[in-house]
Design a protein around this ligand. Structure first.
Ligand code: T1G
Length: 703
């Protein structure tokens, strides 16, 4: 073996040369790897004994793509495009032998090789769009040349990963190989030599793009469909433009255009935000302050208490991850209703084509039902999801503790109660933790793992691990009213009510946040969830909202009653303007003596978002959230905050904290006595020092 550098080596095995990347953890295409590929390929080309070259990787995966930590830093040659061009120009055919994940630049490297083979467990994809960029190292030019522009566009726009089997069917790879990937790659190379197989470089193929070049109408239609509703994001349009170049523009010209377009995206704030979130998700898995060697408990069986919408959604999440789950409700009737609701949800998915009929059967088989809580014994985790009644929850946990063995994780899905009060009935509070799912629980990715004062490290780590296993993004939260997300949303709700009082129509309020990138406005969401939910909380807290309360008093509770802030036609969930509500708003504003005035969309956005960011700062001060980036994940995964703006705290840094402080002070001026508009000490301090939440987080982590 001869080392090219610390990341790449070469070897010869008879007449096959091996070009090997070994750069843990994921063989990302750092400068050393790129340079090693160019020099290694040249060395093996110079070796007269070598007829065919195998490119493979050591460790758990082929190559996870460009090194994301190098983005935004000065570029060093060879670029990834240049390294791939060197492989493609190799006089001796190169076989890429894939295992683990071949993603982004990793797959682009493989597309520059002359043959691609993969072990059955390998996955491949071009996920760049999730980072706000596109596969600019030739992925948008070469993939269309082997699978056609339409299929390539679909994969790249979705950033979807495919299995080796699907890759073979599409023509992305030449063969699925069995066994240890390097050996199997070498064996394939030996056959290439024995059979005298020749290969055409992908760049020279036109057979799969000719049809689209002659008639691009199918491509155009698909592009229109896939970019619909995504006009605020920069990357989707850039993907379309680049894939279009694959059949309209000579490849070298297209590659040069790709470099320029991608550099612009990479330097922009959307890509910066999306890269930040990539690392934020990995960071969130780490829980500060726990002993170094905490091991999550193994979860083989789960139980959910309460077969309502929430409990059913949680059970569906476990079933989707292949974990057997028992759904428990007090009466047979409630249980059957719950199971029927689950079946109905699955049937809708099958009808829509998003779930295979066999998968539905498999998932239903994993969900069993019971009416006796003692049958939760034997589960490794029990999640309580009954309605918000503290006495009932205490009774349930006292019983669960009696019937379940020590070490069983006992979790509450409460969103509104004090987790310490619930845990106070337990003899083993260390096994207890809050697990706050978001509706619909089978779809929404956010999971707040709420630590009660006595929650043990293992309970916390198990909740985090099981959350990830069932496809959620778990974020640790301390115990406070509303935890992270709902505590912040309450500040936005108060401002929404004030905007209505100032005479802004519901559709204008919602329109402002939709223009910012939220998929739905807060009032349409309230109508969907039912306005009585917030009404009862306000009554309990003694915090009336004159307009919201007046709407509820008239029995207009949202979609379920045919009207709320909006009107709904029968069997139609589209919000329509509601003249009666607009009239009511005018009357109440007049009673309150509020002078109606025009408020720009930009001001509405600031009025709704800055107080929520301010509350985020308090949440950080109090240690309720571990880090600013955790708050961002809460909003992105649970509240529809547009990913490409990075979440509230990242966005605040981008806007500039001094501006936020100033605007909060302006708003406090027209609503005197509103304590939540007073800048949080942390926000005021960072703004005064010209600092950011990101810097604060870095310092806090270093300490
Ligand atoms: N660059 C740098 N670090 C990376 C990385 C990457 N591409 N991928 C992963 N890591 C780090 C990660 O932060 C973590 O670090 C550790 O590796 C293990 O990752 C021109 C420009 C490969 C499926 O988007 O999807 O190519 O936290 O915890 O669950 O077209 O990592 O341990 O310190 O996720 O086994 C496109 C990103 C790049 C793939 C493995 N590529 N990676 O998952 O481990 S853009 C991607 C993944 C591009 C070109 C463009 C996953 C994985 P730490 P992990 P895992």
């Amino acid at each position: 073996m001869s080392l090219i550098n610390n990341a790449v080596s070469t070897e010869t095995r008879g007449d096959v040369g091996l070009l090997l990347i070994d750069s843990p953890p994921v063989n990302a295409l750092s400068h050393a790897v790129r340079e090693g590929l160019v020099q290694g390929a040249a060395a093996l080309n110079d070796d007269p004994a070598v007829k065919v070259i195998v490119l493979a990787c050591r460790g758990r995966t082929f190559c996870a793509g460009a090194d994301i930590t190098e983005f935004g830093k000065p570029k060093r040659e060879p670029s990834l495009q240049a390294a791939i061009a060197a492989l493609e120009a190799s006089g001796k055919p190169i076989v890429a032998a894939l295992h683990g994940a071949a993603l982004g630049g990793g797959l682009e490297v493989a597309l520059g090789c002359h043959f691609r083979v993969a072990v059955p467990s390998a996955r491949m994809g071009l996920p760049e769009i999730t980072l706000g960029i596109f596969p600019g190292a030739g992925g948008t030019q070469r993939l269309p040349r082997i699978i056609g522009p339409e299929k390539a566009l679909e994969l790249i726009m979705a950033g979807r990963q495919i299995s080796a089997r699907e890759a073979l069917a599409l023509g992305v790879i030449d063969e699925v190989i069995e066994g240890e990937p390097i050996d199997a790659g070498l064996a394939f190379a030996a056959r290439v030599i024995a059979e005298g197989r020749s290969a055409t470089a992908v760049r020279d193929r036109t057979d799969r793009i000719d049809a689209t070049r002659a008639d691009p109408s199918a491509f155009d239609g698909l592009a229109e469909k896939l970019t619909r509703g995504r006009s605020l994001e920069l990357a989707p349009a850039a993907v379309v433009a680049s894939v279009r170049r694959s059949f309209t523009t000579p490849i070298d010209e297209a590659l040069a255009a790709d470099t320029a377009a991608n550099a612009e995206l990479m330097a922009g704030s959307q890509s910066r935000a999306l890269r930040y979130l990539f690392f934020a998700e990995r960071e969130a898995a780490k829980v500060a302050g726990l002993p170094a060697v905490v091991v999550a408990r193994d979860v083989k069986h789960a139980a959910v208490i309460g077969a309502g919408t929430m409990g059913g959604g949680i059970a569906m999440s476990f079933a989707a991850a292949g974990v057997p789950v028992k759904l428990i409700d007090a009466t047979d009737e409630a249980l059957q209703r719950g199971i029927e609701r689950i079946r109905g949800n699955y049937e809708t998915s099958v009808k829509r084509g998003s779930l295979a009929a066999e998968a539905m059967a498999q998932r239903l088989a994993l969900i069993s039902g019971a009416t006796d809580r003692s049958t939760a014994a034997g589960s490794d985790i029990v999640i309580e999801a009954v309605f918000e009644d503290e006495a009932l929850k205490r009774e349930i946990f006292a019983e669960l503790e009696r019937v379940c063995a020590p070490g069983t994780i006992l979790a509450s899905n409460t969103s509104a109660l004090d987790v310490d009060a619930i845990a106070s009935v337990l003899e083993r509070p260390e096994d207890f933790v809050g697990m706050h799912f978001f509706a619909p629980a089978n779809v929404m990715k956010l999971l707040e793992v709420v630590c009660a004062a006595k929650s043990g490290p293992e309970a916390i780590m198990t909740a985090m691990a099981v959350g990830r296993r069932i496809g959620k993004v778990p974020v640790v939260s301390g115990n406070c009213d509303g935890f992270i997300g709902n505590r912040m949303v309450a500040k936005r709700s108060a401002q929404v009510e004030l905007l209505l009082q100032k005479g802004v129509a519901p559709q204008a309020v919602d329109g402002a946040l939709k223009a910012f990138g939220f998929p739905m406005g807060p009032l349409a969401i309230n109508d969907m969830s039912g306005l009585d939910v917030g009404w009862s909380i306000r009554k309990r807290r003694g915090t009336p909202f004159p307009i919201a309360d007046a709407i509820c008093e008239r029995g207009w509770l949202g979609q379920k009653t045919g009207q709320g802030y909006y009107k709904y036609a029968p069997d139609d969930r589209t919000p329509q303007p509601n003249p009666e509500v607009e009239q009511l708003i005018r009357e109440i504003s007049a009673q309150l003596g509020v002078e109606p005035r025009e408020i720009s969309q930009a001001e509405m956005v600031e009025r709704m978002l800055f107080p929520l960011i301010n509350e985020g700062a308090r949440i950080l001060e109090e240690g309720i959230a571990q880090r600013a980036s955790d708050i961002d994940l809460v909003w992105i995964n649970g509240y529809g905050w547009p990913r490409w703006t990075g979440g509230p705290m990242f966005y605040a840094d981008e806007v500039g904290l001094p501006h936020i402080v100033k605007r909060l002070e302006d708003f406090a001026g027209d609503t005197p006595g509103n304590a939540s508009l007073k800048p949080a000490a942390l926000l005021a301090d960072l703004a005064a020092r010209g600092s950011t939440f990101a810097e604060w987080q870095k310092t806090a982590q270093a300490a």
